[in-house]
Design a protein around this ligand. Structure first.
Ligand SMILES: Nc1ncnc2c1ncn2[C@@H]1O[C@H](COP(=O)(O)OP(=O)(O)OP(=O)(O)O)[C@@H](O)[C@H]1O
Length: 302
């Protein structure tokens, strides 16, 4: 049985003056999946989400969400929740006002889940939003995004300022709620290693184009990390395409591109080497030529 995709994007283009932000991309979002929309700064991730949520219009190609152009259809927009990096709220609003008005926008809004999250995030719901800390402000968005249970939910770098505990509450709650109430969730983030286990599908954007559109496990399987004594590792990886290196003293860990054959695996075992899957982040750093690790370190400590 084939289901109709939640979103269908064909040859989608968005230009700003002479600059092409989105360059003729194609992809589908299927019903019920957690997608990672990944890429370097300025790759085009937010622009894609703005196009899919009808906030801006494309300059070329076609775009269907739940079978219609999102911008003109209120019934489509009602099934979408978009949590932006810096969500804006009306002046004088308090989190309690946001949660009280949410059922009006989201037909699947679940107040019980919202209340549990408010307690877990220790969010002061009666404080004016303007007075909230950066992390508390992000928590408001994360709570709306999860409790909306919208059939298509976008989280655009949702956790600026959230501490490690709060981020893990978000990841755990997202997975648990998704298991009980499957829907389509698109997560854009630079903290790739942290969300790597959540993602079922990866769409990697680079300079307005799609570099990867594949199941996360398939992406991870395109490279292998080889670890062991330096001499054994170097002998094993000799002649292979190397993606990354790490090591300390006599120990080394090298990531190589391509699938390993059964003979390769036997040889690695004979050399006393350990083989492991590549981290999604390592692979993406390699493919987009960026040091996302530095970015990540900054954000984690922020
Ligand atoms: N209104 C605009 N006018 C001109 N250029 C724009 C506009 N909006 C976005 N851009 C450009 O389009 C490109 C894509 O921006 P976008 O915000 O989608 O990137 P992103 O992948 O979300 O980046 P980040 O990870 O830094 O948030 C960038 O080069 C950006 O400068």
């Amino acid at each position: 049985m084939t289901t109709q995709p939640v979103a269908r994007v064909v040859g989608l283009t968005k230009t700003y003056g002479s600059f092409t932000a989105i360059d003729g991309i194609d992809f589908h979002l299927e019903e019920n999946g957690i997608y990672g929309l990944l890429g370097r700064n300025g790759a085009g991730k937010t622009t894609i989400m703005q196009l899919l949520t009808g906030q801006i219009f494309p300059d070329g190609g076609s775009l269907e969400v739940f079978g219609s152009a999102p911008a003109e259809h209120a019934d489509v927009l009602r099934r979408i929740c978009f949590i932006a990096e810096s969500q804006k709220y009306p002046d004088g609003f308090r989190p309690s006002h946001v949660f009280a008005s949410a059922p009006w926008f989201f037909e699947n809004w679940n107040q019980e889940l919202a209340d549990e999250l408010i307690a877990e995030f220790r969010l002061p719901v009666s404080r004016p939003i303007k007075k909230l800390s950066r992390g508390q402000l992000s928590a408001v968005g994360v709570i709306v995004g999860l409790a909306s249970r919208a059939p298509l939910t976008f989280f655009d770098e949702p956790y600026l300022g959230l501490d490690a505990v709060a981020r893990h509450i978000f990841y755990d709650r997202l997975l648990a709620d998704y298991a009980e109430h499957p829907r389509t969730i698109v997560l854009s983030t630079h903290l790739i290693d942290e969300v790597s286990n959540l993602l079922e599908h990866v769409i990697l954007i680079d300079q307005g184009r799609v570099l990867i559109d594949a199941p996360a496990d398939e992406v991870r399987g395109t490279a292998t990390t080889v670890a062991g004594t330096r001499a054994a590792v170097e002998s094993f990886v000799d002649g292979r395409r190397i993606i990354g290196r790490d090591g300390l003293g006599g120990l080394a860990s090298v990531t190589v591109e391509g699938a390993l054959s059964a003979a390769d695996r036997r040889r690695a075992s004979d050399l006393g080497l350990e083989l492991g899957p590549v981290s999604l982040q390592q692979l993406i750093v390699h493919l987009t030529g960026a040091d996302l690790g530095a970015d990540t370190a900054q954000e984690v400590s922020a």
